[in-house]
Design a protein around this ligand. Structure first.
Ligand code: SF4
Length: 314
């Protein structure tokens, strides 16, 4: 079916952030330097396409260090960060480890540590069981951080503790939801200490703003990204809240809803920080098989952030 009036609005920035680019480069450079296999603890970034292509180059993905069957091989920690116990265990086992934790996640780790040293009890705003949350909680002794996941939990947060309180956040949260959670906490804890510099990272913020900018103009919106990618899932929520209720995550097993697409005049597309641009291109090619359309990229800001890889890989 052909329909020349259809327009695709491509949100920009979208896709890979500097932390994801760096983590992938670390895996590739480690394989180059030490040969295959190279172990990677947890999906290096939450994207099946990326994980599968690194597997093909010689990466072996594991969840815990005790799955390593050859301790002479290097192991890489994923971009999401790890609890302190993980590098400690690697040292004890004499494993060559390379840390691909995004520097912006490490920044939150150091912040949490400094606040703890300064006598603060911490509140971490984030999602239970997400590896980044596990990593951040694992920077401090058990019981030093309380997790608050949403507004309801913020309302219920018990403030009877006679402690100085500070908060930090996961880097990939919804900016708007986090503002609401912080407001609720601040009403209960007027002296609640805030992070010196925003914990939600530049990439999360920019991708959400770019989606917000075009969502209300779209009849249907697609975010390319994996189901376990926090920032991709947040982009779908942002698109829905910003005026396009008809918003979907397109992951490796998604069935493209062509019936709904054929009724749309304007289609919005973005992708999460761990989704490569090739997946956006593939999706657009799939659409072209059924409909014709014009593409307009709507860029709200240029990103030029690059993170260096660890010196031992140079
Ligand atoms: S989304 Fe943000 S915190 Fe996560 S890897 Fe990318 S830049 Fe780092």
């Amino acid at each position: 079916m052909k329909n020349n009036e259809i327009k695709v609005l491509l949100a920009a920035p979208r896709g890979f952030c500097a932390g994801v680019e760096r983590a992938i480069e670390i895996v590739e450079k480690t394989i180059e330097k030490y040969g295959a296999p190279v172990f990677v603890r947890h999906e290096i970034v939450h994207n099946k396409f990326v994980v599968d292509s690194l597997k093909a180059k010689g990466a072996v993905f594991i969840e815990e260090l005790d799955e390593i069957d050859d301790l002479s091989r290097p192991v890489i920690f994923s971009a999401h960060g790890v609890p302190k116990s993980v590098p400690e265990n690697a040292k004890n086992l004499n494993i060559n480890y390379i840390d691909a934790t995004c520097p912006l996640v490490s920044k939150v780790h150091r912040e949490a540590e400094n606040l703890h040293k300064a006598g603060y009890h911490l509140i971490l705003i984030g999602h239970n069981n997400h590896p980044e949350v596990i990593g951040t909680m694992g920077q401090l002794p058990r019981g030093s951080i309380d997790l608050v996941q949403n507004e309801e939990e913020a309302e219920k947060y018990n403030t009877t503790k006679n402690q100085k309180l500070a908060y930090v956040t996961q880097t990939t949260l919804s900016v708007d939801d986090t503002i609401n959670i912080v407001q609720i906490l601040k009403k209960k804890i007027p002296n609640l200490k805030e992070p010196i510099k925003e914990d939600i990272c530049y990439a999360t913020t920019n991708r959400q703003k770019a989606v917000k900018n075009i969502a209300s103009m779209c009849d249907i919106f697609f975010v390319i990204g994996s189901r376990n990618s926090s920032n991709s899932v947040r982009l779908v929520e942002v698109a829905k809240k910003s005026g396009c209720e008809n918003s979907f995550l397109i992951h490796s097993e998604s069935i493209i809803p062509f019936d709904a697409i054929q009724k749309a005049k304007t289609i919005g597309i973005s992708s999460g920080a761990s989704a490569p641009e090739i997946l956006v291109k593939n999706f657009i090619n799939e659409l072209r098989k059924k409909i014709s359309f014009k593409i307009e990229e709507v860029e709200i800001i240029k990103e030029n952030i690059v993170f260096n890889i660890p010196k031992k890989l140079n």
